[in-house]
Design a protein around this ligand. Structure first.
Ligand code: ADP
Ligand code: MG
Length: 348
């Protein structure tokens, strides 16, 4: 594999107190993978990246790059490059000189510089803009210059710390597609930091969802969305309903209904996605989870409706129902309804 963290911990001394920014992370990143670290601000993403890059030394644990222990190797001796949110371009230099800078410093022959910089500007779609200065370019273009500058050194892995954070939504979405294309084209490992769940879900092969210095779940986007491993992941990714109670013998009794929680006993929190729930007037039969409630709100959202349904215990459940082929759903505010879903669509 390309990158491995083994029991990595980072402690800082802050006002005489030890703060654990990273509390023990173990993970493997495969060669050529688009891997994301996703989590809220302050959960330790940047600290983790800085340890991979070598700007920080772990307090405990081992960092490996391509199998080699690099825990105490300085950044310039590691075969990785980092791109920051701030781009950090040289403002007085042209695009070409910005990208060529690292190669010139390493006394790369002129002909090779020309070939590699030209090729890289082609890949990031900036051919023809060689003479521009950073300030004459849009945010998205500057970001692509920063990317070209990092990639031209042909690192085996590229670390990107919230690289699109300074861009507005539309440009950010365009750049997400662009970045993914570039990664596919150059074929190197990308480690991508973001607090934006939709960004991580669209771009990544795998995602490590972080919370409070730890990885809560490491899986592909689909798995993380469909099978959140913890209540934190369920709450952080997409919209999810959380139903809490005490299970006995694989069933959680809830306001006259039941939630199936196979093999569970004792206190549980069940998560279920809004689009997995069916609304019906009659109590559904069969082996499904089914709870009664009252429609508190209906919001028309174009291709689907969003329902807020209050349960007897006061909990509110969000339900999304497609409009296209679902002409039977006509629940209105104040209606008594049943919510049901297959056991495999909820997680306890
Ligand atoms: P993220 O990138 O996920 O927002 P960071 O890795 O930047 O999180 O920070 C994680 C935690 O470590 C935060 O609580 C932050 O305040 C703390 N931290 C980061 N760097 C330092 C430092 N140099 N000294 C003290 N505390 C730090
Ligand atoms: Mg950060």
């Amino acid at each position: 594999n390309a990158i491995a963290l083994e029991g990595v911990v980072k402690e800082y001394l802050s006002h005489g107190e030890v703060v654990q920014a990273v509390k023990g992370i173990t993970l493997d990143i495969a060669e050529g993978e688009f891997f994301s670290l996703l989590g809220p601000s302050g959960c330790g993403k940047t600290t983790t990246m800085r340890m991979i890059a070598g700007f920080e030394e772990p307090s405990k644990g081992v960092v490996r790059l391509h199998g080699q222990d690099v825990t105490n190797v300085p950044p310039n001796k590691r075969d990785v490059n980092m791109v920051f949110q701030s781009y950090a371009l040289f403002p007085h230099m042209s695009v070409w000189d910005n990208v060529a800078f690292g190669l010139k410093q390493r006394k790369t022959p002129q002909a090779e510089i020309k070939q590699r910089v030209g090729e890289m500007l082609e890949i990031v779609d900036l051919a023809g803009r060689e003479k521009r200065r950073p300030r004459e370019m849009s945010g998205g273009q500057q970001q692509r210059v920063a990317l070209a500058r990092a990639l031209v050194n042909r690192p085996r892995a590229l670390l990107l710390d919230e690289p699109l954070g300074a861009l507005d939504l539309k440009l950010r979405q365009a750049m997400q597609i662009e970045l993914k294309r570039i990664q596919r084209e150059v074929g190197i490992t990308f480690v991508y930091v973001t607090h934006d769940q939709s960004e991580a879900l669209t771009m990544s092969d795998r995602i490590a969802v972080m919370n409070d210095g730890l990885v809560e779940q490491l899986a592909g986007p689909r798995e993380i969305y469909e099978r959140p491993a913890t209540a934190f992941v369920a709450g952080f990714i997409g919209t999810s309903n959380l139903l809490a109670g005490t299970a006995s013998g694989g069933t959680l009794e809830l306001g006259g209904g039941k939630v199936l929680v196979p093999d569970r006993d004792g206190p549980v929190t069940v998560t279920v996605r809004p689009e997995k729930i069916t609304i019906s007037t009659d109590k559904p039969g069969g082996d499904v989870s089914a709870v009664p409630g009252t429609v508190a709100e209906v919001v028309y959202l174009g291709t689907y409706n969003s329902y807020a349904v209050s349960l007897a215990d006061g909990a509110e459940v969000t339900v999304f129902q497609q409009n296209a082929h679902d002409s039977t759903t006509t629940a209105e505010r104040g209606d008594s309804v049943w919510l049901s879903w297959q056991a495999r669509h909820s997680y306890a």
